[in-house]
Design a protein around this ligand. Sequence first.
Ligand code: H79
Length: 592
Amino acid sequence: MKKSIIFFALLISIGPVLFAQKTITQDERMQWWRDARFGMFIHWGLYAIPAGEWKGKEYPQIGEWIMKNAKIPVVEYEELAKQFNPVKFDARAFVATAKNAGMKYITITSKHHDGFAMFKSNASKYNIADATPYGKDVIKALSEECQKQNMKMCFYYSQSRDWHEPNGLDNDWDFPKERNFQKYLDEKVKPQLTELLTNYGPVGMIWFDTPLDISKEQAQSLKDLVRKLQPECIISGRLGGGVETDYMSTGDNVIPATVIPGDWEVPATLNNTWGFKKNDHNWKSPEVLTRLLFDISAKGGNYLLNVGPTSEGLIPQESVDILAKVGDWMKINNECIYGTKASPYNIEFKWGNITRKPGKLYLGILNWPTTGFYLEGLKNKVKKVYLLADKGQKALPFKETFDKINDHHRLKIELPKQAPDKVISVVVVEIEGPASVETAICQQADKSILLPGLSAVAQKEGQPAELKFTARGGGADWRDATISLTWNFKVEKAGTYQIDLVTTETGSHGTPVWQGGQKVKISCAGQEQETTITDERREYNQRSQYWKLIHTSGGKIKFDKPGTYDLSLIQKSFTENKIGFTFKEISLNPVK
Ligand code: H79
């Protein structure tokens, strides 16, 4: 009895010392990542040797999948390790390429689905240090260089798929169906994660991928392991099992159409592959990439942009050159990217988008206006306006007006004739207090009225309806004729307006799909218009080269006087069609 009292007394007094662990808040853990906004993904492994081709046959899909796509037997694929000798690898060059682009973190494939570790591992000899003529740990070299250069080092780790292991998931050409996934987790995944989180200094994050049917308990045990070894290490969105992670990962190359609250990241390719493919030269231009970077920041996300080094250890020169051009823009404009928050508006303006910091809005203008520039609906008092590219911060003339009748705020800015930048010109608007904008849909300066599907009220037979939208902003699987979308908006200028119905291509990148033929009815201001959706005009999408916007003109509406109006849209009939009505938005444009 006495003994146990002494024991408990001791435990109470020294317990906190024994078990004290530095606790870290979620905000603290995420701080560097939120500030960074822009990172480099590196997909590097044995697949860089076949580089998209196996036994004379070219495989059109993503390069790092060649083992599965060509159903290469494990013993044959292992032969690649004996050839892997990336003698031109230079960690300094990798980090320099990332830095030069303005990237703040590097996430490298420590083990991809093929099961080959790019680091020295005692848990599996199938690794770069033990199984290749090269014999060195590239993850080690890169980690050390990152630490020297103040670059966050992060590791991609494929936790569920492992085509090399009989008990890993997804190799159905070599191994029988029955497998002991738990055994694989215990004998390979956990030991390797432990190595990664022990031998390489501070790790910024572990980037899990394609969880497949990992269970809740299994996923949780991986999370617990990461938290135990490095509490500050971020856990990416694709852990699986329904276990909460530190941020959301969008689909590969998927950029949301709207501001998304919380922390999220778009993993994206520079061409059409992650792992190096010798014949993939379908590079995105630096202009497109820079615009996407700005647009993603304006929607509140991070951009993780991939390079795929060759089997010699070089980042392809095209990638280096493209990223350097993004870097040229970043050197002048990075203030509107790092540490910024999403736009206060939930609208994709025709002219561009907005990022913000306390006291400042950064207007990223894609289409430099020939006449004056107007920002509609900003309630704050404006203190100063200048171009971000102007080191002298010369004040630009501006005027704020308030229309009492329409309860509408307008900021007019006198811009110089010449755009300071061909890609995105950034205008800084210094404001008093936290950014505050009108929530009602208001007419834009060009007198157009934009009604995004995402901000419509959806109803089905008078009740709130569940109409989903894809990340691209298009109606998902909309084939229900009893669903209506309604918007309430302000019209300042009476007159006749042309209806522009916008749908979007969907499908995975490279293979966009779209179908028209649906009959729709628009009711507004006591008038009705019926239209059949066609591909009258396909518009290159400034925000993504992966899918186009498709326009149908939907007749005209006349507003007799200014005021507040409703517009509703229903789909009257649909064609035999697999994908439904991919409605994105309606734009009302004044007829001159
Ligand atoms: O690491 C990169 C991809 O290898 C990985 N995620 C990014 C970051 C990834 N794993 N799975 N997927 C992406 C999606 C799988 C797509 C597939 Fe296919 C479509 C697998 C089978 C059909 C593409 C085409 C790959 C093989 C054939």
